[in-house]
Design a binder for this molecule. Structure first.
Ligand SMILES: Nc1ncnc2c1ncn2[C@@H]1O[C@H](COP(=O)(O)OP(=O)(O)OP(=O)(O)O)[C@@H](O)[C@H]1O
Length: 635
């Protein structure tokens, strides 16, 4: 009897374990479905809003009487179009200054609307892609208003460029920053309260507002004398920690609206998601500003992703520059200062006049490189992200990323320096497996660094969807399928892609990681790939399944598993460096269920097309006859 009871208990325990394991799987499946539900719900809401706008538009065009206005900040398209009119009291002057002072013949999309709204005294956020002419939206109102416009700019070099440009078109402007001598500071401070307004624009760094009481008191005097006509906050996303370029001094700019509530504020940026803007709204103390967002879509830019393979990538980049982009101007973005030096040397060896540019160079060297490039004395700048704000060269025909950017926002901004003259230009990014982890260690301290990096990786690895549509999702923009016009590699080569069942591959990877964990081994991304491919030094020998995939595709599968939560990165810090290991992700247990399957899109064109097709047709063979290595030194 006792023996029977014991057996019963064992059976019950075994069944309980199995039920619990199954329950865990079901819970994971529910989580996955709920994620999908959230994604679909948000898509449905966006579509409903689009339909509602379309209905509003149809109604107001079929009715002769004007609909009562909703609150300004939720104006629909029709209501917004009122601000494109040219019969405001200032319209004649605005048109005249556009031509006479700025030498421009017509407005670009949204410029006139922004100018009218700010001249009406509304608070405004203007989100416009880089190079589309945001500056005009505060410079032109400045020359049409009495007093001066205060412009907050994050970089001294940016304000110097602006002042140089304004001087060249005879618009008076001044600046205050740490490099200005005492005498000039005195003159500028006096000018702020001079009714004759010796300058129409005053550029300052955010530090000036945060730290100089003297400056704030002059500003107050100017405000009381009705001479502070407008406040423009350039690169407004710098206010928010959720943006890609947070600057602590921007956090203190709320004082401006609190002290000078009657002065309209114009916040401008090239890239800000709606949540970043909401945050900026709070920080700047503006209540319900109108947000004007112009389409992020730069129709003249061709977006492409290529696989990176260090040496080969440099040769590939060099041959592109020497053939397709012969005698044309461009930028090669790299990950680090060291890369800037080495890649430019490699390009020089291949007869390309390329100069490095990075944050650690002397300011004179930086401006020498910038100047030589702007005046076409050198064709290529090999730069880190330090070569950024304020780059306004119209004829940049290519922006090549030797290494992926740390986020889609960064990529959009950096690649957006191409084709500002509206002529065709190429934006190419080289995507390499190891680069993901190089950048991962750099962004690990940032709140959403990892998440943003994985979005960028998804942009590179996604052969399913138009590159622009992936950016559109990121910028909360409704995407219209016709918006790309085959101006990205996925749309142009859609037929070169096949769907591959990677379920068995995923199980093999999970098996290796489980085995490693049971041996207390940590797997770096490189070790994991090596182990899966049957390479590496021997320590513990076990029979596991190795892969028949090429290295490139094995890496692609691992990346896919990371993106979809079957694997995850795990960080380990030492005083000198950060190590990354790959561990099982929260969805890994789903692979235990035989019913669970996973597919991904792979390109057939790049290398070994036959092999990819084979993967598609046959499931990978169950090859247990390999002895492979799970460990070596863990770092
Ligand atoms: N209406 C227009 N017609 C033609 N060119 C224009 C017009 N408005 C602006 N531009 C030109 O476009 C270029 C980019 O303008 P601007 O520097 O204001 O861009 P931006 O949007 O501020 O870019 P960034 O995000 O890099 O600061 C400038 O050379 C400017 O003269």
């Amino acid at each position: 009897i006792l023996w029977n009871r014991e057996k019963e208990t064992q059976n019950a325990q075994a069944e309980l374990d199995s039920v619990e394991a199954e329950l865990e799987l079901v819970e994971l499946q529910i989580t996955e479905l709920m994620d999908k539900q959230a994604e679909l719900t948000s898509r449905r809401n966006a579509l409903l809003q689009q339909l509602e706008e379309a209905c509003d538009a149809a109604q107001s065009s079929s009715s002769s009487s004007l609909k009562p206005s909703k609150a300004d900040h939720v104006m629909n398209k029709q209501e917004m179009q009122r601000y494109d009119r040219r019969d405001f009291p200032w319209s004649e002057k605005v048109e005249q200054q556009l031509k006479d002072s700025f030498n421009l013949s017509k407005f670009r999309p949204l410029q006139l609307r922004a100018i009218n709204l700010t001249l009406l005294g509304k608070d405004l956020f203007l989100v416009m892609p880089t190079g589309r002419g945001k500056s005009l939206c505060y410079q032109l109102p400045a020359v049409c208003s009495t007093g001066f416009t205060l412009v907050v700019t994050p970089l001294v070099s940016l304000m110097e460029d602006q002042i140089m440009y304004l001087k060249s078109i005879d618009v008076s402007a001044a600046m205050l920053n740490a490099s200005i001598n005492k005498e000039s500071v005195k003159t500028v401070m006096a000018g702020m309260t001079d009714v004759k307004s010796p300058f129409k624009l005053l550029y300052v760094t955010p530090e000036k507002i945060a730290k100089s009481k003297l400056f704030m008191s002059r500003l107050e005097k100017a405000y009381n004398a009705n001479l502070l006509s407008r406040i423009a906050v350039d690169e407004v996303h710098c206010c928010s920690q959720w943006g890609h370029d947070f600057r602590p001094d921007y956090k203190l700019l709320g004082i401006l609206k609190r002290q000078f509530p009657k002065v309209p504020l114009l916040g401008i940026t090239a890239t800000a998601t709606s949540s970043v803007l909401k945050d900026c709204e709070k920080i700047l103390c503006v209540s319900q500003p109108i947000t004007l967002t112009s389409s992020f879509n730069r129709t003249n830019l061709y977006y492409e992703v290529k696989n990176s393979d260090n040496e080969a990538s440099i040769s590939d980049i060099a041959s592109l520059i020497n053939s397709k982009y012969k005698d044309q101007s461009g930028i090669v973005y790299v990950f680090s200062q060291k890369d800037a030096e080495s890649v430019s040397t490699e390009l020089q060896k291949r007869d390309i006049l390329a100069y490095p540019y990075h944050a650690n160079m002397d300011p004179q060297d930086k401006s020498r490189v910038h100047h030589k490039w702007t005046s076409n004395k050198i064709r290529v700048v090999v730069a880190t992200v330090a070569f950024g704000m304020g780059i306004d060269k119209p004829d940049v025909r290519f922006v090549i990323h030797h290494t992926i950017s740390k986020s889609i926002e960064n990529y959009y901004q950096e690649s957006g320096r191409a084709g500002r003259d509206d002529h065709p230009a190429d934006c190419i990014v080289y995507f390499g497996f190891s680069d993901i982890f190089r950048i991962s260690t750099m962004v690990v301290m940032e709140n959403t660094g990892q998440q943003k990096l994985l979005q960028m990786v998804d942009y590179c690895q996604n052969f399913d969807r138009c590159r622009r549509s992936l950016m559109a999702v990121h910028f909360d923009e409704m995407w219209n399928e016709e918006g790309c016009n085959q101006m990205c590699d996925t749309c142009r080569h859609a037929q070169d892609c096949i769907t591959v069942d990677i379920t068995q591959h995923a199980r093999q990877v999970v098996q290796i990681l489980e085995l490693a964990a049971s041996n207390n081994e940590k797997m770096t991304p490189l070790k994991l790939t090596d182990a899966w491919m049957g390479k590496g030094p021997a320590k513990h020998r076990k029979m596991i399944q190795t892969t028949t995939l090429s290295r490139l595709k094995a890496e692609a599968v691992i990346v896919q598993l990371l993106l979809r939560g079957y694997l995850r990165e795990d960080f380990s810090f030492t005083p000198y460096t950060t190590y990354i290991y790959i561990k099982l992700g929260r969805k890994a247990p789903l692979l235990k269920s035989q019913a669970h399957s996973l597919t991904m899109k792979m390109r057939t064109t790049e290398s070994e097309p036959a092999e990819v097709s084979k993967v598609h047709i046959d499931a990978p063979q169950e090859s247990y006859n390999f002895i492979i290595v799970l460990s070596g030194p863990s770092r």
